[in-house]
Design a protein. Structure first.
Length: 301
């Protein structure tokens, strides 16, 4: 009986930490990868789901198929491709935006009812316009040939974010953007999402940021990028300089999380150069004792 009770308690704790969360607000990691073409980690994309509405943050490679997989795995109709209606972009690095044609066009082909609403830094409109131009013949044939597609579905309403603050609000969520330091990118954003039951903060790509700490203070979930410092002796010196200016080390993230006190820290966009995920977790656990998981594709919290 004692063994059974211990096992039962362990299962309950495991379910809580693995976060198959059944509350109104759900966070789904669609893709957790880096620019490396790792088949186990698709491109950067995170979904927030509230009821029948989904909100996608970043659109790395594979974003629509990952959303379809998550819709099936977690029984979330809001993530079916035709229901992908809102996109928020942190910055315009290719590994966060290569999936833009996918999320713009694929749902339109299969029945999205209206345009894609897009929120992103200056340059997002230019990205959108060039993609539409590149696929002009495809769109023309889908609308005017035998498919008789819905022209509204092939459009995008682009909102370029010029300053920090609330950028979107509806009955489900309020989304605020705030600048984060990401090397020489003039405009790179993190996002804070407030719903009726949760506050979620997404770092995007950045290095150490006091602004992010303030925004993330006592939030329910902080999803933050990170790189492992193990194996740096074999690393190219120029790449060490690059990562110090553009990304957050495990040591820095431990300080950030220690100051912000999130209910749950999710390690995302994890770069483990000449190291392992176990190395990264060890580095973090040495300096941060809060609740923490290393995020993987198609997990829900």
């Amino acid at each position: 009986m004692r063994y059974f009770l211990s096992f039962f308690v362990l299962c309950l704790l495991s379910s809580f930490v693995c976060a198959q969360y059944n509350g109104p607000t759900k966070l789904v990691l669609l893709g957790t990868g880096t620019p490396f073409a790792d088949p186990d980690h698709q491109g950067q994309a995170i979904a927030i789901v509230v009821g029948n509405s989904s909100y996608i943050f970043d659109c790395g490679p594979g974003v629509v198929r990952q959303a379809a997989a998550a819709a099936k795995k977690f029984k979330l109709p809001a993530l079916q491709p035709e229901n992908l209606r809102r996109l928020f972009i942190t910055h315009l690095h290719s590994d966060h935006t290569v999936g833009y044609p996918d999320i713009l066009l694929t749902p339109a082909v299969i029945g999205r009812a209206g345009p894609l609403e897009v929120y992103g830094p200056p340059g997002t409109r230019q990205l959108n316009d060039h993609i539409l131009a590149a696929y002009g013949e495809d769109i023309h044939l889908r609308l005017d040939d035998l498919e008789h597609g819905n022209g509204k579905a092939y459009a995008a309403v682009v909102h370029e974010i010029r300053e920090d603050g609330i950028v979107y609000s509806d009955s489900n969520v309020t989304v605020s953007a705030f600048h984060v330091p990401h090397g020489n990118w003039k405009d790179a954003y993190g996002y804070k999402i407030k719903t009726k039951d949760r506050t979620i903060v997404l770092s995007g790509d950045c290095t150490y940021s006091e602004t992010l700490i303030r925004e993330a203070m006592n939030c329910d979930i902080l999803v933050h990028e990170v790189y492992s410092t193990t194996g740096y002796a074999q690393k190219d010196p120029q790449m060490k300089i690059y990562h110090a200016h553009y990304h957050t080390s495990s040591e820095q993230l431990a300080v950030i999380a220690g100051k912000a006190h999130p209910g749950l820290l999710i390690l995302n966009h994890a770069l483990v150069w000449k190291a392992t995920e176990a190395d990264l977790l060890r580095e973090m656990k040495e300096k941060y004792q809060g609740k923490m998981v290393l995020g993987h594709d198609l997990e829900m919290y």
